[in-house]
Design a binder for this molecule. Structure first.
Ligand code: DHE
Length: 542
């Protein structure tokens, strides 16, 4: 200021430069320990999934402090607050981060990432709790409800799962699970739901009990997204596996008690580049029907592991793992013909196909921008035979791929149609053999109208037949997310994902006419995201 007051042009310039340095110096002084802790928690809850705990990037770009400094504080604040069209959420506009928190996060990105915690084996074992031991559980259902048509509805921000009677559309019970529960998977018999929280807590929910309840839990990691059971004949419900984001591990648990049995680090060299990645996170996991194996997809290292659990209970517990080099940034995926596992390598816009019968990589398919199948959708088309489809976050397209190399080799692993959608921002698509439609959501769209809308694709014509805005969703600032069919394929359920402070609803449509049939409401319907029908999840019907 002194220089600015005194000086001429050159002095003023010098003054501005000094002012800038002082400001940069203030920022470089960094965050206080309290601010650091708060920012690290926000980063972990909201950002690490896409950008990585170590900020090396995956679905989202790497956030290197030097590059962040080049972009500048104001730019970072604007992006964190307002989002970007490629999928970066508008945390500020959505009301999830305040302006102060936005600024804190922008400053946090200018600093080196703090080292995340790595729990010891003893610490992990201490998280293991059995509330109802297997021998005390009922031998047949204690209630007369049609439990195979139950829906497990994730209530994301309350850390709970609601069990809903699909026949009566009635809340059966609400059980506590991990922080921001991510997905549910059914055990092989369908009797148990297994929930995985973003905080790595796995919960086993017994649907035969009256009311259903959490019978066991353990927390084998601090950050996780996937869980699966053993489904091969003779191993039904025997084991479970948790795919951890941090520490980068795959943890095998007892299927009936969730006792941690074996932890395997997934850190490794990347496919192709041969670069060592510490943060090689476990993304989608599915259980093979052809072998006693899980198909485990490693995001950053670009490997798909076939993990043979058949010898786990023998002395020394060998765990044969076949490592297949596939593609980097594997994320989510689903079955085609219950034989081929198709997983999205979303940062490189590709789909990777693994034949779980021959146990090999069979094809790579070019999808749209940031393919995001959820589990995808399967149907048989009169011309192309069996097909499987994925949505894409970044392009307005559903990509349909031929999947039957034996009877329709000319279409196998080729894109047979890119169905145009009215909006980008799709996360999930879903169908059922008894429905003529594939239902499409748009929760990642920056437009509130699109985020409140759904579309139905005609499976025969391979085009959008109808799109509609769900009444009331925009008023609640909700995004329609994750369509799921009931057991008979006669209804489609979709959740209105709003903020934790305001209850929303789950809407139920007739799966033929697409007319609204019912709305499930209540004070408990807060931040409903994924929902899983027991029968369709246990038997991979989608
Ligand atoms: Fe998910 C599936 C990871 C954000 C809801 N999500 C998956 C899977 C992975 C994953 C690896 C596949 C699991 C499997 O099949 O074994 N998800 C991630 C992320 O890393 C990401 C991008 C960022 C994050 O921080 O978590 C992310 N996911 C979200 C959301 O924002 C959603 C909409 C709400 C939420 O819970 O945060 C969400 N993800 C889901 C759902 C599935 C899923 C509902 C299961 C879909 C299915 O039908 O099987």
């Amino acid at each position: 200021i002194f220089i600015l007051v005194l000086g001429g042009k050159a002095m003023r310039r010098l003054g501005l430069a000094l002012g800038f340095l002082l400001l940069a110096g203030a920022l470089a002084q960094g965050l206080s320990p309290g601010e650091k802790e708060q920012a690290a928690q926000i980063y972990f809850d909201r950002c690490a999934g896409c950008h990585g705990v170590l900020r090396k990037g995956a679905t989202g770009p790497a956030l290197d402090p030097k590059k962040m400094a080049e972009r500048g504080l104001e730019y970072l604040k604007a992006v964190i607050f307002g989002g970007l069209p490629g999928g970066m959420p508008d945390w500020g506009r959505q009301g999830i981060l305040s302006e102060k928190e936005t600024e804190l996060m922008a400053r946090f990105l200018l600093e080196e990432p703090p080292a995340p915690p790595i729990p010891t084996y003893e610490e992990i074992r201490r998280t293991w709790k059995v509330y109802v031991p297997p021998e005390k559980r009922p031998t047949k259902p204690e209630h007369t409800r049609n439990w195979q048509n139950f829906f497990g509805q994730v209530l994301r921000d309350t850390g709970q799962v609601a069990i809903i009677d699909g026949d009566k559309k009635e809340l059966v019970t609400i059980v506590p699970t991990g922080f921001a529960t991510h997905i549910l998977r059914s055990s092989a018999t369908g009797r148990y739901f297994m929930a995985i929280g973003r905080d790595g807590k796995a919960s086993l929910i017994d649907l035969w009990m009256n009311p259903p309840r959490v019978v066991a839990e353990s927390k084998p990691c601090v950050d996780a997204r996937s869980i699966e059971s053993s489904k091969f004949k003779g191993y039904e419900d025997k084991y479970a596996v948790v795919g951890c984001y941090w520490p980068p591990t795959m943890v095998i648990l007892d299927g009936l008690t969730l006792e941690p049995l074996k932890m395997v680090s997934t850190m490794s060299y990347t496919k192709g580049a041969g670069e060592f990645v510490q943060e090689a996170r476990v993304a989608a996991i599915v259980a093979s029907q052809f072998n006693p194996e899980w198909i485990v997809n490693l995001k950053e290292s670009g490997q798909t592991w076939l993990v043979d659990y058949s010898k786990l209970n023998q002395k020394g517990r060998p765990l044969p793992i076949t490592m297949i080099d596939t593609e980097r940034f594997l994320h989510d995926g689903g079955w085609a013909l219950k034989r081929y596992f198709i997983v999205a390598a979303n940062a490189v816009n590709k789909l990777i196909v693994i034949d779980t019968k021959t146990r090999e990589f069979v094809a790579e398919v070019e999808a749209g921008v940031r393919p995001h199948p959820g589990r995808g959708s399967n149907w048989t088309h009169p011309t192309y035979g069996p097909v499987w489809a994925t949505g894409n976050i970044g392009s307005p397209e559903v990509t349909v791929v031929g999947v039957d190399p034996e009877k329709h080799p000319q279409h196998a692993w080729k894109v047979i149609k890119r169905i145009q959608l009215p909006y980008t921002g799709n996360l999930f698509i879903k169908t059922h053999p008894n429905s003529p439609w594939v239902i499409v959501d748009f929760p990642m769209s920056p437009s509130p109208e699109a985020a409140a809308s759904l579309c139905a694709i005609d499976k025969r014509k391979l085009e959008v037949a109808k799109c509609w805005e769900v009444p009331g969703a925009q008023d609640l600032k909700a995004r329609m997310v994750h369509p799921e069919f009931n057991k008979g394929g006669t209804e489609i359920w979709v959740s209105a994902w709003g903020s934790k402070d305001t209850p929303t609803f789950i809407v139920v449509y007739d799966a033929l006419t697409l007319k609204e049939k019912a709305r499930i409401t209540g004070d408990w319907v807060r931040t409903p995201t994924g929902k899983f029908n027991v029968y369709n999840t246990a038997y991979d019907i989608y």
